[in-house]
Design a protein. Structure first.
Length: 76
């Protein structure tokens, strides 16, 4: 019996209560707390990309939105 590694586990959306597959990575940092080069990541499904991004952007934290490797968004 083998234990699944984190790479084997499906990435899920960071929105509260959402268990959908993540297709977007929202890279952010809080300049008052983090070095300019540091990036934290929230994962988002297609439905929550806008609301999570808006939350971070309103605070000036959002730095980039990129497709999650292996997600269908890369095929668009």
């Amino acid at each position: 019996m083998s234990t699944p590694s984190p790479a084997d586990e499906a990435l899920v959306c960071s929105a509260r209560g959402c268990r959908s597959a993540a297709v977007w990575a929202l890279k952010w940092n809080n300049p008052r707390l983090h070095d300019a080069d540091r990036r934290k990541t929230w994962l988002a499904c297609a439905e929550h990309r806008g609301s999570l991004g808006d939350f971070l952007d309103a605070r000036g934290f959002l730095r980039a939105v990129t497709p999650v490797p292996g997600s269908p968004t890369l095929d668009m």
